[in-house]
Write a protein of this length. Structure first.
Length: 192
């Protein structure tokens, strides 16, 4: 008689607590607007040099946690969306850390313009921006090349994937997805 093992559920998401998801990726979730909904995931990519993806709203407690986890190693801040929920804390985080803010054209306080194919080469990793549609609306995802992870923001959700995205990331052979809300997806093939 064989024993079938039940899959182990992922640990619960606790707002304000850093969680290592892989050797290069940590997640810190903001408080949700309602207690029964998940807040936005902010990702810290890297160890020696860190890029923050989606700093979230201009919430002092959340920014304190980000600075506490990344400190003076935070070198870049990038956005999957320019909406206040994703980017409201970008300028304050830039002021606190001295990090370079890379954002879509017209974003106030940006140091560099984010576009399709924009690359950040750090000591341990490279991330590449992938525009959703043409990027004119300020929506992007990022590929962490070393781990073949798509940091998707809220652009990839259960049953909802922009039609052009799978084709745009096919050459990266995406293995996992770090979504804007909810749990890390170990098997990207179930979504893409």
């Amino acid at each position: 008689m064989s024993v079938t093992e039940e899959p182990v559920p992922p640990p619960p998401i606790i707002p304000g607590v850093a969680r290592a998801l892989s050797p290069l990726v940590r997640r810190i979730t903001c408080e949700g607007a309602k207690s029964d909904e998940p807040g936005l995931n902010t990702y810290l990519i890297g160890i020696d040099e860190i890029v923050i993806v989606d700093p979230g709203p201009a919430d002092a407690d959340h920014l304190d946690v980000l600075c506490g986890c990344g400190g003076d190693r935070i070198r870049w801040i990038v956005l999957t969306d320019t909406d206040e929920a994703y980017a409201g804390g970008a300028q304050k985080l830039k002021e606190r850390t001295g990090a370079e803010l890379v954002a879509p054209a017209g974003f106030d306080g940006a140091d560099d313009v984010l576009g399709d194919g924009y690359k950040i080469d750090a000591t341990e990793f490279r991330i590449t921006a992938v525009a959703i549609d043409d990027g004119a609306d300020g929506r992007f995802s990022f590929v962490l090349e070393q781990e073949r992870t798509l940091i998707s923001g809220d652009h990839v959700a259960e049953g909802n994937v922009p039609p052009e995205l799978p084709k745009k990331v096919k050459s990266y052979r995406i293995k996992s997805i770090a979504p804007g809300r909810g749990q890390y997806i170990d098997n990207a093939s179930v979504v893409l």
